[in-house]
Design a binder for this molecule. Sequence first.
Ligand code: PLP
Ligand code: COI
Length: 351
Amino acid sequence: MKITLTTEKKAKPDFTKLGFGKYFTDHMLVMDYTHGKWQEMQIAPYQSFMIDPSCNVLHYGQGIFEGMKAYKDKQGKITMFRSYDNIKRMNNSAKRMCMPTLDVEEVIEGIKELIKIDADWIPTQEGASLYIRPTMIAHDNMLGVHPAHNYKFFVILSPVGSYYANGLQPTKIMIEENYVRCPLGGTGEAKCMGNYAASLLAGELAAQKGYDQVLWLDAKERKYIEEVGAMNIFFVIDGVVKTPALVGSILPGITRDSAIKVLKKEGLPVEECRITVDEVMQAYEEGKLDEVFGCGTAAVISPVGTLGYRGKDIIINNNEMGKISSFLYDTITGIQYGKLEDSFGWVIKVN
Ligand code: PLP
Ligand code: COI
């Protein structure tokens, strides 16, 4: 691996006011795919790319990304959380989008090296971490609609606080009936760029009505719950924790999987199933909708306090974070920040 260090380190932002994804560290990892194979990985100063206007990711969106996090404790020990799973998922996204797959081990080693170089960018404040964004783009200068022959893989790092401006305050989510995220057979399972572009309009319209994000329903019947813009969703109905099954149209979230495993280990009832919006509304009417929460790398465990449906808002758990959400938040962040024992083998040592 070729390493070129920057000669001009950037000024650090105020780590107590990071927000999400606004600042980037001094270096990045870059690897080009040409002549049918990945070339040497490089760590270089963080810089702009020169891209030809005909570059096909700009036209047809053949691009994928991942999101994972690194943490540093007060003693300077750095860890990552389940990153092998992220790179494996990136390979699944790559296959769906006709892109080349990565050598998981090599990429993890490269990312560790990058993090060590930019270690002074990892915040140690409660709730803050270093967000890692591996990305792959098609890189042919060519307007034909077919898979590219050249690709660029890169990893950038961003010190982050909470994803939502109000931190752990319960969010307001609107159940979306007009627009859909992905039909079965589409790209819902892949973390590809177009999924996010296609979600923006519904998100903007919901934001105009005061909601933080939308909750998508299935594309065919607009009946079954799928997921939220940047997180998977869980409902606690009459003491049972339920989350939509991975039927092919939603992202198989790594936080979702962690939550399920933590709940099962605790012996709590958890079901991956199809959940209808009617079932959720009925549970609310009967006083059985105990909690709703979203989960994701950026969002961690994020309680939902308001669900908007057909112009009416329902308030969940008195707009407070519930018992199950708090337990999951404490357990998952406890493992991530090294405060709780990692009996699942999820924590990866960086230094
Ligand atoms: N669903 C969508 C659409 C997302 O963008 C994310 C975030 O990555 C998730 C779910 C949660 O996935 P994960 O827990 O792997 O971050
Ligand atoms: C993540 O949680 O890592 C995401 O990718 C969500 C969003 C920022 C796109």
